[in-house]
Write a protein that binds this ligand. Structure first.
Ligand code: NAD
Length: 521
């Protein structure tokens, strides 16, 4: 680890018992700082937010509670770095080289980052590790693109001029991320934004900021110039909103809920800032009568219950052909019997906690509402309190059948381990139901009929369509939403264009004729 962006102190009041701070046997409270212009500092107001370990409900760290003044300083640092000779005159190849160094540096710190992230958002360590092992790939991929950002010489139809295009960085980019996969989603933004030559102010979720602050320390250690990446922390309304409003910000790249996304887009529109939005989903999984039955059962279970449904592409709306509906539901329920719920650091655990208290309350409220609206709960449906997990926030994996299109569970994103099951009779009805949603992030199709899979991949309105598989993501392939799931794309070649603007340059090759020749006499 490089110089840590925190101090560990014995819990002064003795009230909190953050017993799991890594490398310490005694209760310690970890106090993080934020990074602005290469300097680690407390929030200007000297305020803090507790970071709570969802596995046991105990505060283990403090993060700075930044406000408008911290936003102001971070944007000023990013702007000054953008205008500095160091960054502006760095060749594209050198920028790529720098990102390769970041990738190499990260490779040897993945385990440490995974422990921090799992502690902060409660994901099982065995799920976080493989996700974080992909981070260096993103830096390598965009490092490779940095020196392939090419303009064009435009064919000439105007006499006496030479015209070419340049693809230029936008300036200061604000990146705002949620709590479910903080580092992966931050890197999806950072790598292309930096490769394109921008500077960044990154604001992670108030519920899980620690791993992003650790990442910032690693970017520094890898040699990123001061101010090129700044990380500030705090609440969306208190520091996120001032960042979005700041006139020196050129672009906002946001991942989070559709409600926050709409607010951000509206604010950005007032100032004509560019925006990329990766928002929520209510992704349908369509299971046809000709599907490979066991494969579809496994795909549907992992689509909703891996990561406890706290995944933007969670396959939360299951549409099953009526001829196999009852047997399919029986197999889903059987597949979840005896599932081990508990501490995400215990290798035997199969499902960890919900990531934070408000989210836990929201999941339980969805379950109550589904019952009240007449859906039938065939699995789970309650909070649980596993042994040795203190006041952690756990909930049973839950399946509702008889879910109707007018019910909340059919229409709204839970972002938790709750599956809504509906039946369909025909392919047309399945497509109509799949598309009957404000969202359009992902969809899964389970069928052995190749022609049907290609037909439906075209007809379903979603940014990603999976056939006989679910959940794959790759550095190389674009991710993004249709409809209320957002706009713009991350990953793949398209993502770098989100951080560039095109300039057309004209060179005169012949003397300009006098437009107002003087007439003699
Ligand atoms: P959220 O919208 O509550 O918060 C996301 C981030 O936005 C946080 O950092 C928060 O502090 C900040 N924020 C909130 N209001 C803001 C404002 N007015 N101005 C600026 N910043 C503001 O979302 P969440 O609960 O952290 O995350 C869950 C949501 O994220 C789900 O809806 C999920 O589907 C979505 N998500 C989408 C993707 C994707 O790629 N499409 C990936 C992961 C999560």
């Amino acid at each position: 680890m490089p110089q840590p962006p925190y101090t560990d102190t014995p819990d002064p009041a003795g009230e909190r018992q953050p017993a799991h701070v890594p490398g310490s046997d005694t209760p310690m409270l970890r106090t993080y700082r934020q990074l602005i212009g290469g300097i680690w500092s407390d929030a200007a107001g000297g305020e803090w937010l507790e970071s709570i370990n969802p596995a046991n409900g105990e505060a283990w760290a403090l993060i700075p509670r930044g406000r408008a003044i911290d936003a102001e300083r971070a944007v000023a640092a990013a702007r000054s770095a953008f205008e500095s000779a160091t960054w502006r005159t760095m060749t594209a190849s050198a920028r790529g080289e720098l990102l390769r160094r970041v990738a190499t540096h990260l490779e040897s710190h993945i385990e440490a980052l995974a422990v921090i992230e799992a502690r902060d958002n409660g994901k099982r360590l065995v799920d976080v590790l493989p996700q974080l092992r992909t981070l260096p790939k993103y830096f390598h991929y965009y490092a490779g693109l940095a020196d392939k950002i090419e303009g064009a010489v435009i064919p000439n139809d105007v006499p006496g001029v030479f015209n070419y295009t340049r693809h230029e960085p936008l300036g200061v980019v604000v990146a705002i991320t949620p709590w479910n996969s903080p580092l992966m989603l931050a890197v999806w933004k950072l790598a292309p934004a930096l490769a394109a030559g921008n500077t960044v102010v990154l604001k992670p979720s108030e519920h899980a900021s620690a791993s992003t602050l650790e990442l910032a320390a690693m970017l520094e250690a890898a040699g990123l110039p001061p101010g090129v990446v700044n990380v500030v922390t705090g609440l969306g309304a208190e520091i996120g909103a001032p960042l979005v409003e700041h006139p020196d910000v050129a672009k906002i790249t946001f991942t989070g809920s559709d409600a926050s996304g709409k607010r951000i887009a509206a604010t950005a529109a007032a100032d004509l800032k560019r925006v990329t939005l990766e928002l929520g989903g209510k992704s349908p999984q369509l299971v046809f009568e000709d599907a490979d039955f066991d494969n579809a059962v496994n795909g549907v279970l992992s689509g909703i219950f891996l990561a406890l449904g706290q995944s933007c592409i969670a396959g939360s709306r299951l549409l099953v052909h009526e001829s196999i509906h009852d047997r399919f539901v029986e197999h889903l329920v059987a597949g979840m019997q005896g599932v081990r719920i508990g501490d995400p650091f215990d290798a035997a655990t199969q499902l960890g906690p919900v990531a934070n208290q408000p989210q836990h309350a929201k999941v339980l409220a969805f379950i109550e509402q589904a019952r009240a609206e007449g859906a039938r709960c065939v699995l789970g449906g309650h909070a649980v309190h596993p042994a040795n997990c203190g006041a952690g926030w756990y909930v049973e994996p839950t399946i509702f059948t008889n879910v109707q299109p007018n019910m909340q569970l059919y229409r709204e994103e839970v972002f938790g381990p709750v599956l809504a099951v509906c039946r369909f009779h025909t392919e047309d009805e399945a497509v109509q139901m799949a598309n009957d949603s404000a969202f359009g992030l992902a969809a899964g199709i389970w069928t052995t009929d190749m022609a049907r899979s290609i037909r439906l991949a075209e007809r379903i309105a979603a940014g990603t369509v999976y056939v006989n598989t679910y959940r794959s993501v790759s550095t190389l392939s674009p991710v993004g939403g249709y409809k209320h799931s957002g706009y713009g794309r991350e990953n793949g070649i398209d993502a770098i264009r989100e951080f560039l603007q095109v300039k057309s340059v004209w060179l005169g090759l012949i003397p300009v004729p006098n437009p107002f020749p003087q007439t003699k006499g």
